[in-house]
Design a protein around this ligand. Structure first.
Ligand code: PLP
Length: 440
């Protein structure tokens, strides 16, 4: 069959044709079975083919699939907003529904700027961010993304660029260790604010665990407390980009709960629809919405398909499924089990430099020389080679790395559906070991 759509990794790639999925497995039309070791792109959090979600989809479709958001609300959208507010900490009570993580980040940026405008402050319009980060592919979100591979060719279109280092302990630019380092990488935010001027800065955005750009780079425990304090002291809103980490991926509904920080705004996506429908959201606290409610009364953003009942019903069913089956409470122990098995591989293969992550969002960084942490040459295509080998063996993992020469190396993300069993975790690691054996 001729396939001409333009989203394959390379236009001359021949991708296998998917047939169906069940649980943590995918089956292609040739009958080949794949263990979905990355939940697609850290999305299929409850696995494939869950009948409760398919039923919810059908029930909603029988009533109404689409209404325009300024003409009608729907029970599905109202209930979903209520559910998200009840599952998240603090007074993060206001949801603005969109269709992708990039849109959620764009909406979060706009909400932050609007917040200051409604308070009569017109100059606070910049959003600060970190290198080795990924916030989305649309131009606003890409501007904030410290992912050279994705942004380089579009730089003339981008409004801004990241300003500080990430908490990349494996390659600490200060050659220090947390917590005795005093979180110098977080203190960089204070310096950046001084240089730029707090009067120009609306918000700071960060991923709790750095995903696509870094391969599950995980901040040390008190890092985000330092960040939040700097934001508060300088009248800057803190946006947590939980598109990848939200809804249980790291072992709590928001990863920020584990850092004991409540953000002002949260971007959500991926696991929110778990791949069953395109849905995402910007979630805002009472503090952020108050001046907007008292002023313009409209969040100045929106898409034709925002809050469409079909996607909202699916997301609600996903969140109810997570709750009913107590899936999130098991993530920490499953993650530890997976991490321990991966650490055993580290002892066997000299090209594994670092294994890191939180819950079921784990990353493996590959190096040419483990002693010196020397990355492989960029053009050696190590990540791509390992991913292709794994796929041949029937294992799907996700590529990560910002492509910032000399800053970070090749890495993959291992992030199976949260519903994975212990024996499936063992199978995943054994397929990974076979892959590494084939690579070495
Ligand atoms: N933010 C983070 C942290 C992400 O990981 C991603 C996607 O990988 C996005 C934003 C963009 O989401 P989407 O691809 O749904 O637009």
């Amino acid at each position: 069959m001729e396939r001409t759509y333009l989203i394959k990794p390379s236009l001359d790639d021949t991708l296998p044709m998917i047939d169906y999925g069940k649980g943590v497995y995918l089956y292609d039309r040739e009958g080949k079975k794949y263990l979905d070791g990355a939940s697609g792109a850290v999305t299929a959090n409850i696995g494939h083919g869950v009948s409760e979600i398919l039923e919810a989809m059908q029930e909603q479709a029988k009533k109404i699939s689409f209404v325009y958001r300024s003409q009608f609300t729907s029970e599905a959208a109202e209930k979903l907003a209520e559910k998200i507010s009840s599952l998240t900490p603090g007074d993060l009570n206001w949801c603005f529904f969109v269709n992708s993580g990039s849109e959620a980040v764009e909406t979060a940026m706009k909400m932050a700027i609007q917040y200051w405008q409604e308070k009569g402050i017109q100059t606070k319009t910049k959003v600060l961010s970190r290198w080795v980060s990924y916030h989305g592919i649309t131009l606003g979100a890409l501007s904030l993304s410290g992912h050279t591979g994705r942004r380089a060719r579009f730089v003339p279109l981008l409004e801004d660029f990241p300003v500080i280092n990430p908490p990349y302990c494996y390659r600490c630019p200060y050659s220090l260790r947390a917590p005795s380092c005093g979180f110098l990488c977080a203190q960089e935010l204070e310096h950046a604010i001084k240089r730029i001027g707090a009067q120009h800065i609306a918000a700071f955005i960060a991923e709790p665990v750095i995903g696509a750009a870094g391969g599950a780079i995980t901040a040390p425990k008190d890092y985000f407390k330092v960040i939040k304090k700097i934001c508060d002291e300088n009248d800057i809103l803190f946006i947590a980009d939980e598109v990848m980490t939200g809804f249980g991926r790291t072992g709590s509904m928001l990863a920020m709960e584990q850092y004991e920080v409540i953000p002002d705004i949260v971007a959500l996506g991926k696991g929110m629809g778990a791949g069953y429908a395109p849905i995402a959201a910007a979630l805002a606290s009472e503090k952020v919405i108050e001046p907007i409610l008292a002023g313009t009364k409209v969040v100045m953003s929106g898409h034709t398909l925002s809050a469409n009942p079909q996607s909202c019903a699916v997301s609600l069913a996903v969140l109810e499924y997570l709750e009913k089956n107590k899936i999130v409470s098991e993530v920490e122990s499953k993650g530890e089990y997976l991490m321990n098995l991966l650490l055993q591989l580290k002892n066997q293969y000299s090209f594994i430099g670092d294994i890191r992550g939180k819950g079921l969002l784990l990353g493996i960084e590959f190096v040419e020389d483990a002693a010196n942490k020397t990355p492989f040459p960029r053009n050696a295509q190590i990540t791509q080679t390992i991913i292709a080998l794994a796929k041949e063996k029937g294992l799907l993992v996700y590529p990560a790395g910002a492509g910032i020469d000399g800053v970070n190396g090749d890495s993959i993300i291992v992030s199976p559906p949260l519903t994975i069993t212990k024996s499936e975790i063992e199978e995943l690691v054994s397929l990974l070991a076979e892959t590494f054996e084939g690579f070495s």
